[in-house]
Design a protein around this ligand. Structure first.
Ligand code: SF4
Length: 295
């Protein structure tokens, strides 16, 4: 999208507002009096998240607060001035947490191994701590629909679990509610929006970590599917919202043993379905005869 094409950008913004508003409503993400911490990394997703939430806040029927928070992990070359400058220009309340997780990760993880696992855990810890100390009621993250679908396949292929990334969840310690208001938004729309809005993107590879190869492979697989069968990612995401537990095989989530009891409760005796089918055929015969007799 060319930045000058303001009509296209306005339409795209309206669509993003619609999708984010729907996710907020469907999952009861934000309510009156909520103090929402928007986690900003300086990437396209979190800028878009903040931008759309600010826009929705202006017209929302409920009153809630937004606080933009960035964790400065002290990566070499991190342009410290970019986010404060941008957020000040917007007039948004914000806070920068400074914590040198970079040196911890570099010290602990052997050279050549991916840093992201430990780095994400340390980041989550710092953000949760800040939330607990500052009366935050919701922690908003910038994951979008494609992140959710990728995570589904990563868990499926490498973890043996049918599990994705929830649009809303309670943290493991039970103290925080995490929300993902971009859950219905496609990554390509975020890319177009971020370009159109000219967000001051901060490069994400300052830490020097290698890409997670499994995620890259899944991303490529989904992109190829989408190319050959447009709409497939949307269809997969839709499946996550229409789960048929009785057609899977997890005894923890579906009581297969109770099916006999259920059948008894319906009052049908074994074999009755065959009788129903037979009756239906007789009825059908009678209908055919009646129709043939009609002049
Ligand atoms: S890419 Fe770098 S900053 Fe991001 S999670 Fe991995 S190690 Fe941390």
């Amino acid at each position: 999208m060319s930045a000058g094409n303001s009509r296209t950008l306005t339409r795209l913004q309206a669509r993003l507002r619609g999708s984010v508003g729907k996710a907020i409503e469907d999952f009861r993400m934000i309510g009156p009096g909520d103090r929402v911490m928007v986690c900003l990394s300086g990437g396209k997703d979190s800028y878009t998240l903040l931008d759309i939430l600010l826009s929705l806040k202006r017209s929302a029927p409920v009153d809630f607060e937004l606080l933009a928070v960035n964790l400065d992990q002290k990566q070499p070359g991190f342009p410290e001035h970019v986010l404060p400058q941008y957020l000040t220009s917007l007039g948004v309340p914000f806070h920068i947490i400074e914590q040198n997780t970079y040196s911890v990760v570099k010290r602990v993880i052997p050279e050549g191994r991916t840093l992201c696992g430990l780095c994400s855990r340390l980041r989550r810890g710092a953000l949760y701590r800040f939330a607990a100390e500052n009366g935050i009621t919701k922690i908003a993250l910038g994951h979008h629909r494609d992140d959710i679908v990728e995570t589904l396949f990563l868990n499926l292929f490498f973890g043996g679990r049918l599990k994705a990334m929830a649009p809303k969840l309670l943290s493991e310690d039970g103290r925080h509610i995490v929300i993902r208001p971009l859950a219905y938004v496609a990554e390509r729309d975020i890319e177009r929006y971020a370009r159109g809005r000219r967000f001051p993107i901060i490069p994400c590879k300052l830490c020097g970590s290698q890409d997670n190869m499994q995620r890259v492979a899944v991303k490529k697989m989904l992109a190829a599917w989408e190319h050959d069968h447009p709409g497939r990612t949307e269809s997969i995401f839709s499946a996550l919202r229409h789960v048929e537990l009785g057609h899977l095989a997890d005894t923890r989530h579906f009581d297969f043993a109770a099916l006999e009891e259920q059948r008894l409760r319906t009052g049908a005796a074994p074999g009755s379905s065959a009788r129903i089918a037979a009756m239906t055929l007789e009825e059908e015969d009678r209908l055919v005869e009646a129709a043939a007799a009609t002049p």
